[in-house]
Design a protein around this ligand. Sequence first.
Ligand code: CTP
Length: 436
Amino acid sequence: SPKCRSIAALVNRRLPAATIRLLRDLGRTGDELGLPVYAVGGFVRDLLLGVENLDLDLTVEGDGIFFAERFARAKGGRVRSHPAFGTAVVVLSDGSKLDVASTRLEYYESPGVLPTVERSSLRHDLYRRDFTINTLAICINSDRFGMVTDFFGGQQDIQQRTVRVLHNLSFVEDPTRVFRAIRFEQRLAFRIAPHTENLIRSALRMKVLDRVGGIRLFNELVLILNEQEPLGAVRRMAMLGLLPFIHPQLRLSPETERAMTESSRLLTWFRLLYLNDPCQQWQVYFLALCERLRDDEFQEACRRLSMPGRFVSQVFAHRHRALVMLETLQRRLKRAQDLRNSEIYDSFHGLPLEILLYLAARTKNDQVRRLVSLYITRLRHMRRELDGNALKELGLAPGPNYSRIMKRLLDARLDAEVGTAEEERTLARELIADAG
Ligand code: CTP
């Protein structure tokens, strides 16, 4: 039988008031329906660790969909349910989401396919989970609010900072757990237990990852590369021999490692400057990781990860253009040629931020890095005053001169030939007169 203790005090101390109110409300709905309701998984793990996680997962001992519908009706929320799995998502009026599961037992009839689901007890529900640290449940019904259920020693493993599977077939049943083990270990500064690590190695020897579909593999990789500091996890992936499952030639060479470290530095710099500019961190790291792959190998890796074709050809084209650009710039800088701002602008314009950051991370040339940073911080934001209509009002006849003159006006801005609106207007008049 599980050890029971109450962590109601911890709940009240660590969670925001709104979350506590939500938990209490959910518990009351459970009371009314006579259903035991538990907060489970990562939410409980992180609560015990003192790590913020407002991603609430619930397990209902009984019909979770019925529970979700009742709760949503009372709160004016909506429910998306998946009867085949006994699960539901409640979307509350403020847009926040709750995952609700019913206690159930899943059978993996063969590795890598969706499980068959059957009703069962809380213990069975928790037993099918990946690691002991994710098997804790807190009851939220009013009379037992804050009671922890710990069937598998999750509290001890959290205390000892250990990632441990529940049984020997865990990685064979769900090979994506290999990635998850590494992700938790690195994010939480835990250690994968020695026996668990052996199970990972033997699962990899059995090539279980070859049976995982590209999309699932891709998702796991993105989750890792989107972690705050992914380099540790990538090192661990290399150490355990995971990288060849993405591409046989994928290695963590000193160069790749350097590119990834630089990526981390640049991403931090970028985020501090541009909090609101969306930038897909994983893309920068992915490009850095694939640094040593030839073009055809890079494309094979993308295909293994089932990246959408359009996306791949775009990333590929950009990566190609960026590398050519890098060489051109380095050559010119070596010949000590001065680059005008308008030329720098033309070099980088149209490249996504992710590619620019990759470029800066990859180059060993400080001057090139400074050019990229000049473009990101200043040049990419620069604009002309005058648009096509303004040129028309100044008397420019219809024709190809429009785009040429507008480009010329922007170049003049970039190269500080004009500074004010009036100067730009004067230049525009001259250019129009020349064109006429
Ligand atoms: N789970 C699992 N095997 C998987 C994926 C998930 O057993 N391949 C279980 C885990 O026990 C986890 C729960 O499903 O606690 C919810 O999954 P997820 O939301 O991915 O886990 P979190 O622990 O919340 O992870 P994160 O902090 O990264 O959101």
